[in-house]
Design a protein around this ligand. Structure first.
Ligand SMILES: CC(C)(COP(=O)(O)OP(=O)(O)OC[C@H]1O[C@@H](n2cnc3c(N)ncnc32)[C@H](O)[C@@H]1OP(=O)(O)O)[C@@H](O)C(=O)NCCC(=O)NCCS
Length: 465
């Protein structure tokens, strides 16, 4: 292992030791045993407390601040695993053997290569679009025109929609920073990778999960480049998923430390119980729509400032505060205005979010050599203390995953408008793993709403109103 990245691993191990000292990890009986349907539970607004389904993918113990994927503690995965291995684990339920991991990496390398999708993306005004909207558009372009039913029929294939002018694909093959196109001419029509379907069942289903996990990183890279007025960059087959994400967004090969930090951030955000975006994705999948629409629904839900959109808001919040000296005044005004403090609080965690336990030391590490990160971190720490003393432990309002991730991403030179997009790139592994699992025993989601309107109104024709 590289000397500098060993320092990062040591930080994770320290955070692990502290977490294990401060909190225990026993499972909650009601949330960790097989469900006997129909289940009785107390449900609050926003389906709080509702049991939507069983899952073996991952578990969040919000009282203890404990997160596991497939039985493995998130701290151990961050210390020792990679995003590629974690994706395999989430999807297949076990750690890969060396040939299995190398086969998955090979697939990712193949599936990151999306010239047609990128070219189509460039026909939209991506530079003016919200990056999450552009990412969602990209997943639609990966999907093209077929529906779940089409995939079982021998109808026209995806490539039909992209076959108009394949001979001219503007693509910057080397990141030289030109604003004009470096054209790469390809005579052969690009074929959809073998085995990739839109549905989720069977071996093809697994391939479509890999396809979209790898694909969203390329789309995110293209979106970041297009937003800055540059052409998308081809992925580098020699870089990891994390390394490629930084490279495709910035055009700059990451240092080993940057690559390792991004890898940890991707692992940390890969899955998180039945959160809003996962549920949104599951609802869409349960109609037997397809994986691309389902992931698109997840992206849409993640975008909101109460969910993944909070990481970007945290940065603006820290910028608005401007200095550690302004925290008290800013906080009092925010409370008077009943503003939510971005990056704090969680529906499930009533303890310190384990992901924040990892991201905070990473932010500190990067801030050693980054003045801006150091400045933001100083404000963030004063605000964290202020929130802790004002709300107290009993309210259970602690920093969540989004509080320190923005500082980390900023120190990796990722622009704030891409923060939530990077989150979505990572979460695609969790979404697809849970969709695949749910569809094995699919039942369409259809809760009831309670009607509280009036009855017996008589229709008045327009002229009599
Ligand atoms: C995440 C979040 C949506 C959870 O919402 P929830 O489970 O519905 O909890 P509520 O919004 O009902 O909050 C419960 C109480 O804590 C308070 N609270 C929760 N988060 C708060 C925050 N970030 N700032 C200030 N007060 C907060 C609420 O005002 C409420 O107080 P009240 O009982 O006096 O009315 C909420 O904590 C929030 O909006 N956080 C900020 C956005 C954020 O960081 N999101 C990322 C989550 S990973």
């Amino acid at each position: 292992m590289h000397e500098d990245t060993q320092e990062i691993t040591d930080l994770i191990l320290e955070a692990t030791a502290l977490a294990r000292k401060e909190t225990s990890a026993e499972p909650e009986p009601d949330l960790t045993r097989a469900v006997r349907w129909p289940v009785e539970c107390t449900v609050g607004p926003g389906l709080e407390g509702a049991i939507a389904c069983e899952s073996k993918v991952g578990y969040v113990n919000g009282t203890k601040g404990w997160l596991i994927y497939r039985g493995y503690d998130i701290f151990d995965l961050c210390a020792h695993s990679s995003y590629e291995e974690t994706s395999y684990l989430l999807l297949k339920g076990k750690l890969p053997l060396p040939p299995q991991l190398s086969s998955l990496k090979h697939r990712f390398t193949e599936y990151r290569h999306l010239p047609d999708v990128k070219r189509l993306l460039m026909s939209f005004p991506v530079e003016k679009m919200n990056s999450m909207a552009a990412l969602r558009l990209g997943t639609n372009l990966m999907r093209q025109k077929q529906t779940y039913r089409d995939q079982n029929a021998s109808g026209p294939h995806l490539e039909d929609a992209t076959s108009t002018d394949e001979d001219s694909i503007p693509m910057e093959t080397q990141p030289r920073g030109e604003r004009s196109a470096v054209y790469e001419f390809r005579g052969k029509r690009h074929q959809r990778p073998k085995g990739v379907e839109r549905g989720l069942r069977g071996a093809e289903g697994l391939a479509s999960c890999y396809h979209i996990i790898a694909g969203v990183s390329s789309i995110a890279g293209a979106v970041a480049r297009l937003r800055e007025g540059h052409l998308p960059i081809e992925p580098d087959p020699n870089l990891s998923h994390a390394g490629n994400l930084i490279y495709m967004m910035s055009g700059r090969k990451p240092t080993p430390v940057e690559e390792r930090v991004m890898d940890i951030a991707l692992i940390l955000h890969a899955d998180h119980g039945m959160n809003a975006s996962t549920f949104a994705a599951l609802v869409v999948a349960s109609t037997l729509s397809d994986i691309y629409f389902s992931v698109g629904a997840g992206i849409a839900a993640l975008n909101g400032p109460l969910h993944g959109g909070a990481n970007e808001q945290v940065l603006y919040q820290l910028e608005e505060i401007g200095s550690p000296d302004n925290v008290d005044e800013w906080f009092d005004a925010a409370r008077r205005q009943k503003r939510k403090i971005a990056g704090f609080g969680h529906r499930v965690y009533k303890a310190y979010d384990p992901r924040a336990r990892i991201l905070k030391p990473l932010a500190h590490y990067l801030a050693r050599t980054n003045d801006r990160a150091r400045h933001l971190l100083e404000i963030a720490e004063v605000l964290e203390k202020k929130v802790a003393t004002s709300f107290g432990d009993e309210r259970g309002i602690f920093p969540n995953v989004d509080y320190y991730s923005g500082i980390v991403y900023g120190a990796l030179n990722i622009p704030p408008y891409m923060f939530t997009t990077v989150f979505a790139v990572s979460r695609t592994a969790g979404w697809t793993a849970r969709l695949r699992e749910y569809l094995r025993k699919n039942r369409i989601f259809r809760p009831r709403g309670v009607y509280t309107g009036t009855f017996d109104r008589e229709y008045t024709p327009m002229e009599d109103r």
